[in-house]
Ligand binder design. Structure first.
Ligand SMILES: Cc1cc2nc3c(=O)[nH]c(=O)nc-3n(C[C@H](O)[C@H](O)[C@H](O)COP(=O)(O)OP(=O)(O)OC[C@H]3O[C@@H](n4cnc5c(N)ncnc54)[C@H](O)[C@@H]3O)c2cc1C
Length: 287
């Protein structure tokens, strides 16, 4: 099935966009991490959301999610690890599933993870964010998995199953990591290599490898969609919340300050309207 819109991120912006897409008659799919990973859930008390002062962040998030569920918002729980555009269709990979849509709304919040030295320079030359997408390239070779996401042990097992020689690095050993996969405690990392990855440097020494899989909870939108224009580290959008890629819209914290719930909810609503207008223009132009 090809959805009218794929919405990435289950925080206030994504939920607002999804509810509004439903109200506008669009078939939308919301893809989001488990709600326990939403930053709003950590807010002790929210005093500045209009009409609902004094709720905890968790209570407010529950109310947003309940509203979305009551409006029949279709949701998939998981981390989008890769995106592709072919012709007029966008495809987002979540685990081993691929979802297709005619447009995308990015509502991914702000990526709070550190970027490791060497990561940006060697992206696509040994550095990958997606075991399912790139694993086959490293069959029979040495790879390092940097496990910063809950499903990282599962992805490491997937790579080992393909025949990669996997070393797993993380601040703590995950309980579900296969005993057959060597684990090393590491916090300070550096990706090494001139033209391609040759090793990962850690506080305990270098680990030679040809590939390094950086598995974080959130993949920055610009890494999912290379070519997305940024401004001051945030996604560049116009007043309609259109990004630099036709058919890709963005809302909430990922478009920049103020990093607040009310702004995220408002932009989510606006992005849904913009998507509706864009789809109409696209479809009319094909008649
Ligand atoms: C401790 C704390 C207290 C706060 N207190 C307040 C307050 O009192 N008032 C206020 O207005 N604001 C407050 N904020 C800010 C507020 O939480 C944010 O502005 C708001 O949540 C932004 O919503 P968003 O939907 O844009 O992004 P987020 O809420 O960050 O949601 C984005 C979601 O997308 C998910 N995601 C990202 N990448 C992917 C991917 N590749 N696949 C799947 N899912 C993905 C993320 O995991 C996240 O769940 C607080 C924030 C924190 C951390």
């Amino acid at each position: 099935m090809v959805y009218d819109c794929l919405i990435l991120g289950g925080g206030p912006a994504g939920l607002s966009a999804a509810v509004q897409c439903g109200a506008l008659g669009l078939r939308a799919l919301l893809i989001g991490n488990p709600s326990g990973q939403n930053p709003l859930g950590r807010a002790e008390r929210v005093e500045n959301y209009l009409g609902l002062p004094g709720l905890t962040g968790g209570e407010l998030l529950d109310a947003f999610q309940r509203h979305a569920a009551e409006r029949g918002v279709q949701t998939v729980t998981g981390r989008a690890i890769a995106a592709m555009a072919y012709g007029d269709i966008f495809a987002l990979t979540v685990g081993s599933e691929v979802y297709q849509g005619e447009s995308v709304i990015l509502a991914t919040g702000v990526a709070r993870g550190r970027v490791f030295p060497g990561e940006a320079r060697l992206l696509g030359r040994g550095v990958s964010y997606c075991a399912v997408c790139d694993g086959m390239l490293y069959r029979g070779r040495e790879v390092v998995v940097v496990g910063l996401a809950q499903d990282a042990a599962e992805e490491a097992a997937f790579l080992a199953g393909l025949g990669c020689q996997v070393t797993f690095l993380a601040p703590e050993r995950p309980a579900d990591l296969s005993p057959a996969i060597p684990y090393k405690k590491a916090q300070r990392l550096e990706i090494l290599g001139e033209d391609r990855v040759t090793a990962v440097g850690t506080e305990g020494g270098q680990i030679p490898c040809q590939g390094v899989f950086l598995l974080r909870e959130a993949v920055a939108p610009a890494a999912l969609f290379p070519g997305l224009a940024l401004e001051g580290g945030y996604l560049r959008v116009d007043r309609d919340l259109a990004t630099s890629l036709p058919g890709v819209y963005a809302c909430g914290d990922c478009t920049g300050p103020p990093l607040q719930i009310a702004k995220a909810v408002g932009e989510g609503q606006r992005a849904a309207h913009s998507v509706k207008n864009w789809l109409e223009r696209q479809r009319n132009s094909k008649k």
